[in-house]
Design a protein around this ligand. Structure first.
Ligand SMILES: C[S@@+](CC[C@H](N)C(=O)[O-])C[C@H]1O[C@@H](n2cnc3c(N)ncnc32)[C@H](O)[C@@H]1O
Length: 211
């Protein structure tokens, strides 16, 4: 962790950080009522801060467990003077459990740890129990946006999302979506691109199941 990141964790936490309390109340966190985007595993948070800057009408809640990344995004939030970004140093599962149902406009998970070795696949974040926890937190028509550069994980995620109740793929064809204009390249993605990696985006929406 750099000196600046450590300083940010101390000096900027009160402004942009939030501890995981018993029940999370987004409106209290942001001091207003606005569409809420949750980003899980934002890494260094550069792309998250850029999105918050580009969309002042939305609120962005970032969750990350890597403290240097949190320090980094706090520095960006301070430099950009963002009022619509809050971050939590916590496991995404704990945060999801505490968010109210139907509170999220979008959940974005960009380049979740791929755990490429078969014996480590059980450590992957995007699996049926995690998606079952996440779905009720989405608003009706709220979106889940995932991107990965690991083909095997991309196919596994697509299979999990395709059979998840209430989720509908927003694209036809092979099920993968073009990168939406609102998503900047992330740090992890840029590194992968330099190594020639392809990227797969997946975009699903919560839809009321037909009775
Ligand atoms: C491969 S990195 C990608 C980071 C960033 N999204 C990017 O594209 O540059 C995955 C990130 O997810 C974070 N992460 C993994 N499991 C998590 C969890 N359960 N809750 C929150 N963050 C998590 C890791 O700390 C790591 O920073």
């Amino acid at each position: 962790m750099t000196h600046a990141q450590r300083r940010a964790l101390t000096e900027c936490w009160a402004r942009f950080g939030s501890d995981v309390s018993a029940a999370l109340e987004p409106e209290r966190l942001f001091g207003r009522h606005a569409p809420l985007v949750l980003e899980i595993g934002f890494g260094d948070g550069e792309s998250l801060a850029a999105m918050a800057m580009a969309h002042p009408e939305m609120d962005y809640l970032g969750v990350e467990v890597h403290r240097p990344g949190i320090g980094h995004v706090l520095l960006r939030a301070e430099a950009l003077g963002l009022s619509n970004l809050r971050v939590m140093c916590a496991d995404a599962i704990e945060v999801l459990r505490r968010l109210p149902d139907q509170s999220l406009e979008r959940v974005q998970i960009y380049f979740p740890d791929p755990w490429p070795k078969a014996r480590h696949h059980k450590r992957r974040l995007i699996q049926p129990p995690f998606i079952a926890l996440l779905i009720p937190k989405l608003k009706w028509v709220g979106q889940l946006h995932v991107a990965t550069d690991c083909e095997d994980y991309a196919r596994s995620i697509l299979n999990v999302l395709r059979v998840a109740p209430e989720l509908t793929n927003m694209v036809d064809g092979d099920g993968f979506a073009p990168r939406p204009a609102y998503r900047p390249l992330t740090r992890f993605e840029r590194r992968g691109r330099r190594l020639g990696h392809e990227v797969w985006d997946m975009l699903f929406a919560r839809s009321q199941s037909e009775a």
